[in-house]
Write a protein that binds this ligand. Structure first.
Ligand SMILES: Nc1ncnc2c1ncn2[C@@H]1O[C@H](COP(=O)(O)OP(=O)(O)OP(=O)(O)O)[C@@H](O)[C@H]1O
Ligand SMILES: [Mg+2]
Length: 237
């Protein structure tokens, strides 16, 4: 079981969209996935209510700092992946979720490169790592990237961030109508109608590439035992 958290203190960075694309693709591939909806605005919960049953995918709402570690402990043997969707803020649950994650993904909008929210999360990760003497694997994922942006331009952004010690996923999340409409229509990229949603095939390919890369980052058995992580957590601010 691996815990993947989407974090960026900036609102609207693309966390919920990335969480849903990733979780639903991992579930499509047969993994048992649970999304912990830790955002009081409950976007993923609303999506799940519209969607009804989706194979291999469960959504748990109303996650609090007290309930988060309990859910993770309980799901340890039942789920292959737990995906945590955080609110665009820097509150107690953010620090807690970061400390419990096998992989933190920080969505940053590729075009604007407004990375302030991302920098806050990177700082928080460093603080927790120092305080708790643990390592928190984390990567920036560029999102809402225009489909016309060249690989070379993306490589330049990647190199810039790498020079500051930040790793960036090779797979950017492209700006796609399907990723917006999924929240209105419910269901998944697989249940959408290709005649109604433009470039749906490209969105599916992008989701596949994202999930493959994220899976390749995660060890088969999480590096640190869950219990030791739960013990080593700093007290949430
Ligand atoms: N790859 C994408 N393609 C198209 N639209 C996107 C994409 N990513 C995000 N969006 C749109 O951008 C807006 C913000 O995205 P999202 O809700 O995922 O961000 P968030 O970081 O979860 O926001 P919040 O901090 O409010 O929780 C939404 O309207 C969403 O539909
Ligand atoms: Mg959100």
């Amino acid at each position: 079981m691996a815990v993947i958290t989407l974090a960026n203190a900036k609102g609207g960075a693309g966390k919920t969209t990335a969480a849903l694309i990733l979780a639903s693709e991992l579930a499509r591939q047969g993994n048992r996935v649970v999304i912990l909806d830790a955002d009081p605005q409950r976007w993923i919960t609303s999506w799940s209510e519209v969607s009804g049953y989706i194979a291999n995918l469960e959504v748990i709402s109303h996650i609090t700092p007290a309930s988060l570690p309990c859910h993770i402990r309980e799901l340890k043997d039942e789920a292959d992946y737990i995906v945590v969707d955080l609110a665009g803020a820097r509150d107690a649950i953010v620090a807690l979720a970061l400390g419990l994650s096998d992989q933190v993904l920080i969505p940053v909008q590729g075009c604007a490169m407004d990375a302030r929210g991302a920098v806050q999360i990177l700082e928080l990760i460093r603080q927790i790592e120092q305080k708790a003497r643990v390592r928190i694997n984390h990567s920036v994922v560029l999102t809402r990237v225009n489909s016309l942006v060249t690989t070379r331009a993306l490589q330049a952004i990647k190199a810039l961030l790498a020079s500051r010690g930040v790793s960036v996923l090779d797979t950017p999340i492209i700006e796609r109508a399907a990723y917006r409409e999924i929240f209105e229509l419910g269901g998944t990229l697989q249940t959408m109608d290709p005649n109604r949603v433009s470039n749906l095939d490209k969105a599916r390919e992008n989701a596949f590439a994202l999930a493959s890369e994220v899976q390749s980052l995660l060890p088969v058995t999480p590096r640190r035992a869950l219990m030791s992580r739960l013990r080593s957590l700093p007290r949430a601010a």
